[in-house]
Design a binder for this molecule. Sequence first.
Ligand code: CA2
Length: 188
Amino acid sequence: MQPCWTLSHGSFLAYPVCEQKDMLRIRVLHGPNLNLLGTREQSIYGTLSLDALDSAITNLAEELAVEVDLRQSNSEGELITWIQEARTGYDGIIINPAAYTHTSIAIRDAIAAAGLPTVEVHLSNIHQREEFRRRSYIAEVSIGQISGLGPIGYLLALRGLYDHLTVSQRQKKMTAPGASRRAAKGTR
Ligand code: CA2
């Protein structure tokens, strides 16, 4: 891993502050009842357990050199706290809010307030099921929604969010003062 450095007291001292400062950090949140994955309702939600799903997400994250923080809660308040906390230290959120998708203005407000690019994921196709599942309070505050593709949906969400974040980082660098001068000189 590349070390990264920070300058302290002008340029006299340089400390290694983290293994890789530019490493993206993504929080992955699973909502209520998703801890039961693989144990019941397999015809709708499949046979994969939550642990196996989290391992697949972790493996892809390692491949992309992204740090992921994976959490599940049955409590709306806990999910909201984790979204609020993500504001400091995280670059984006992947969330399957489960049934709160269709009811929680509070989760929607927390995502809007966090201001982080968020991808909404559903294992099942919420648009093909009961009428009440078609309404998502989360979609309007998300950069995208993946629904109906099963566990692969989380992996696509990670790839999509990674792409979104790296493109936006590249664009920020390009528009930063002096960027065109540095680009012309071939320096970073
Ligand atoms: O399809 C999805 O991922 C959902 O978010 C799952 C929620 C449902 O309320 C949403 O409409 C769509 C339900 C999660 C319940 O998960 C279970 C898993 C195994 C057994 C029982 C429930």
